[in-house]
Write a protein that binds this ligand. Sequence first.
Ligand code: 13P
Ligand code: SF4
Length: 332
Amino acid sequence: MLETAPSRSSAALPLPEIYARVERHIPPLEWPVFAGDIAEILRLKQEKNAVVLAHNYQTPDIFHTVADIVGDSLALAREAARTDARVIVLAGVHFMAETAKLLNPGKTVLIPDLEAGCSLAASITAADIRLLRERHPRVPIVSYVNTSAAVKAESDVCCTSANAKKIVEALGAPRVIMLPDEYLAHNTAAQTKVEIIAWQGHCEVHERFTADDVKSLRESHPGVIVLAHPECPPEVVAQCDFTGSTAAMADYVGKQRPARVVLLTECSMSDNVALQYPDLEFVRPCNLCPHMKRITLPKIRRALETMTHEVTVDPDIAERARRAVERMLALG
Ligand code: 13P
Ligand code: SF4
């Protein structure tokens, strides 16, 4: 099973054992291209007392070799709050690194590429939230973690795709504002009696999946089990067999062992899960997240060598944003 937040340090493993984890993905001839960076990253992690937290969308050469903790956004936030390491390298996108920094103000948090953004985080500003508050006074604001710290600072609580329903219901309010992902808001509204006011942000990766895609997949691959991330449009979610966060989809595969499965989400997710289940057939329509793909092994190595790019958050914003993240961790 793909762990949601395991400690999976490779530090003590010889390189051939690390290669064994990815040999079905990286041909032997190509391994030397990766091996030097991997060995150096493992050495630098020890020297600098650093951990690498990697999101499920990182490529297998990162995910299965240098990552200490892997998981969905919720797991990475939880583990960021727990780690004893002095340095956190976030192999993921900027909002994930910012969340790690909010929970670890005294630690050094590095992101290997500062341009690793997110179309959802870019779809809303703190000023937008203040306007929403004026328009809907007394309606709690639930911000997806895929937002900037400045947006989190104006929000009552955060949520992830793993706990959205739980957080919305835990507030005990008849109506909530849930932003910025319109589809996550609609998909959550379909599971609860709480009325949800949505924003019109979309994930550029998941918005591209259509209900017709699901139909064609079922026709071309009889018996395929279709899993979809809740950032997909509601008509896609309505056609699938299961919807959940990246970690929930991986757990589903591990528990249900569908003989033939498709994950309607970012490409590397299937690559990572498929490496763990060689007996299952993964159908792989591929939508790449260009932001996640900015993170590479050479950039992780450089981040540790030069201790850049350090993620910082204005202290006033950080204090308020931390409250929203910690409230989420306490509720769900
Ligand atoms: P998860 O929290 O489900 O891992 O999703 C994060 C994300 O960015 C999905 O596009
Ligand atoms: Fe953002 Fe979508 Fe990329 Fe996730 S997949 S980081 S939501 S753009």
